[in-house]
Ligand binder design. Structure first.
Ligand code: FES
Ligand code: FES
Length: 248
């Protein structure tokens, strides 16, 4: 009788080591040929290499596409400008003008510094007072918070362009009403107020006092001329304009 082997061998009938069965694969099963000349392990290794190769190829193609887009100054279909000055064409008060601007330039600075339209006032320069209001396609916007390049393709109206093109020497009805009602003190908020009120009348020719209050809710007047601003706007609309305006 031969002596038992130690450690027990997997195929040893005398061994107590559990044998592979069911879904547990033995080393022999793992290396069993799947097809002639191909082992299961070899097949899996090959598939992994092929997948990695495909991923690398796709990565290279994406990189090539991005490099080509960067050469054209585009990313995801968006054209990059700057950082230096680039020609920018803006429609200001009905006239197209092309000026050299760094893309970071605000619309307020483009108007005041680059075009000499200083009627637009920059008061807080941080979007909290609406003193710099201009119209972009008849919508009041804070020009200190709008990039000039974002105004490309839109109609910009400033306080200088509010009068009718046919009679540029005549004041806009809202401007005339502000004069009539003495609706200002220092005047810093006035251009922004006039722009906001004129935009309201264009949209709503017969506003209530609450409509005027709502339209100028973001416009701050540090001198407190609100009652006269409301009266002037209602007068310009032909609604009212008397001293019946309640306290602001
Ligand atoms: S100056 Fe633009 S919001 Fe105050
Ligand atoms: S008139 Fe002075 S801030 Fe309005």
């Amino acid at each position: 009788m031969s002596a038992p082997k130690f450690p027990p061998q997997p195929n040893d009938a005398t061994s107590n080591t559990p044998q592979s069965s069911g879904s547990v694969e033995s080393d022999q099963t793992k290396d069993r040929p799947v097809a002639k000349g191909i082992t299961r392990r070899g097949f899996l290794k090959g598939a992994g290499v092929a997948a990695a190769g495909t991923a690398l190829l796709e990565g290279a193609q994406v990189f090539t596409r991005e490099a080509a887009a960067a050469t054209r100054g585009e990313h995801d279909g968006v054209k990059e400008l700057g950082p230096g000055a680039v020609p920018v064409t803006l429609s200001i008060n009905g006239k197209e003008q092309t000026i050299q601007l760094e893309p970071r330039t605000t619309l307020a600075d483009a108007l005041r510094v680059h075009m000499g339209l200083t009627g637009t006032k920059v008061v807080c320069d941080r979007g909290s007072c609406s003193g710099c209001t201009v119209l972009l396609d008849n919508m009041p916007v804070n020009s200190c918070m709008t990039l000039a390049v974002d105004a490309i393709g839109h109609k910009v109206t400033t306080i200088e362009g509010l009068s009718s093109a046919a009679h540029p020497e005549e004041m806009h009805p809202v401007q005339a009403a502000f004069v009539k009602h003495d609706a200002m003190q220092c005047g810093f908020c006035t251009p922004g107020m006039v722009m906001a009120c004129s935009a309201l009348l264009k949209k709503n020719p017969h506003p209530t006092e609450d409509d005027v209050r709502q339209a100028t809710a973001g416009n701050l007047c540090r001198c407190g001329t609100y009652p006269r601003i409301f009266a002037a706007t209602l007068d310009a609309a032909g609604v009212s304009g008397k001293e019946s305006i309640r306290n602001a």
